[in-house]
Ligand binder design. Structure first.
Ligand code: NAP
Length: 248
C-alpha cells in the first residue's frame, strides 16, 4: 500500500479521470477528499470508495472561486489533520474552433477553470504543505499542453499554461520538500471525450499510434506514481500518458 496514512485531495473527483484517481488513491489506503461542484456525483465517488472499504469525504467547491478553494483545503485539514497529496484535475474543454469567432466569455471560461483553478488550488495546498515540510502535487494538463492542435485553441493555450505553472512552482518549492509534476494525457474515454462529435472522436482516436484512446485508470496509475514516494526524485516533470501521440 503505497499511500498508507496519506491524505489526498482530488479536484474534479466527481467523474472521469478524477473519480478513477480518487478510487485508486483509496485502494492504496489514502484518505481521500473528493472535490467538485456536483453534489450527487461527488457523493457517488465517496460511496464507491467506502463500499470498497476506503475512507473519503466530499467537499463541494468551484475551483475558480478563491473562497471555495481556501475552504476545500481547510476542510481537508480539519477532517483528516493534514494534506499530503493533491491532484489538481478539474478542467473543461469545448470551444468554437475558429479563433475569429471565439468570444471573450469562452476565453475567460477556459482560462478560469483550467489555469486559475490550478493556480488557486496550488496556492492553498502549498501553504499547508509548507507547514508540514512535505507534499506531492500533480496537475492535469493534456497532450495539447505540450504540442498543439489547430482546432482546440483556447484549451491548448490553457494546458500549456498549466505545464508552465507546474514547472515554475516545482522550482520554487523544490527545496521545501514539495514535489510538483503534471500529467499530459491523450484522449481518454470520459464524459469530456463523449461530448465531441463522432467525426472528432474518429479524428482524435487516429492521432494515437497505439490505435485507441486511453482509459481513466491508465491516467490514474500515472498520477498514483507521481503522488507516491516511488517518484521521490521527480519534480517539474511532464508525464505523457498518450499512447505515443507526442512521439510521432
Ligand atoms: P470530466 O468527467 O468531464 O471531468 C471534469 C471534472 O472537472 C469534473 O469532475 C468536474 O466536476 C470538474 N470541474 C469542472 N469545472 C470545475 C470547477 N469550476 N470547479 C470544480 N470542478 C470542476 O472529464 P475528464 O476527462 O475526466 O477531465 C478531467 C481532466 O482531464 C480535465 O482537466 C481535462 O482537461 C483533462 N483531460 C481530459 C482528457 C480526455 O480526453 N478526457 C485528455 C487530457 C486531459 P463538477 O462538474 O462536479 O464541478
Amino acid at each position: 500500500m503505497i499511500l498508507q496514512d496519506k491524505v489526498a485531495l482530488v479536484t474534479g473527483g466527481t467523474s472521469g479521470i478524477g473519480r478513477a484517481t480518487a478510487i485508486a488513491y483509496a485502494q492504496q489506503q489514502a484518505k481521500v477528499v473528493v472535490v467538485g461542484r456536483r453534489i450527487d456525483e461527488g457523493e457517488e465517488t465517496v460511496r464507491l470508495i467506502k463500499e470498497a472499504g476506503g475512507e473519503a469525504i466530499f467537499v463541494q467547491a468551484d475551483v475558480t472561486k478563491e473562497a471555495d478553494v481556501e475552504a476545500m483545503v481547510d476542510k481537508a485539514v480539519g477532517v483528516f489533520g493534514r494534506l499530503d497529496i493533491a491532484f489538481n484535475n478539474a478542467g473543461m474543454g469545448g470551444e468554437n474552433p475558429s479563433l475569429i469567432e471565439q468570444t471573450e466569455a469562452e476565453y475567460d471560461r477556459a482560462m478560469n477553470v483550467n489555469v486559475k483553478g490550478v493556480w488557486l488550488s496550488m496556492k492553498y495546498e502549498i501553504a499547508q504543505m509548507l507547514k508540514q515540510g512535505s507534499g506531492a502535487i500533480v496537475n492535469m494538463a493534456s497532450v495539447v499542453g505540450v504540442v498543439a492542435l489547430p482546432n482546440i485553441l483556447l484549451y491548448t493555450a490553457s494546458k500549456h499554461a498549466v505545464v508552465g505553472l507546474t514547472k515554475a512552482a516545482a522550482l520554487q518549492y523544490a527545496k521545501a520538500g514539495i514535489r510538483i509534476n503534471v500529467v499530459a494525457p491523450g484522449a481518454i474515454q470520459t464524459d469530456m471525450f463523449e461530448a465531441v462529435t463522432d467525426e472528432a472522436k474518429a479524428y482524435l482516436t487516429g492521432l494515437h499510434p497505439i490505435g485507441r484512446v486511453g482509459t481513466p485508470l491508465e491516467v490514474a496509475n500515472a498520477v498514483l506514481f507521481l503522488s507516491s514516494e516511488m517518484a521521490s526524485f521527480t519534480t517539474g516533470a511532464t508525464l505523457l500518458v498518450d499512447g505515443g501521440f507526442v512521439a510521432q
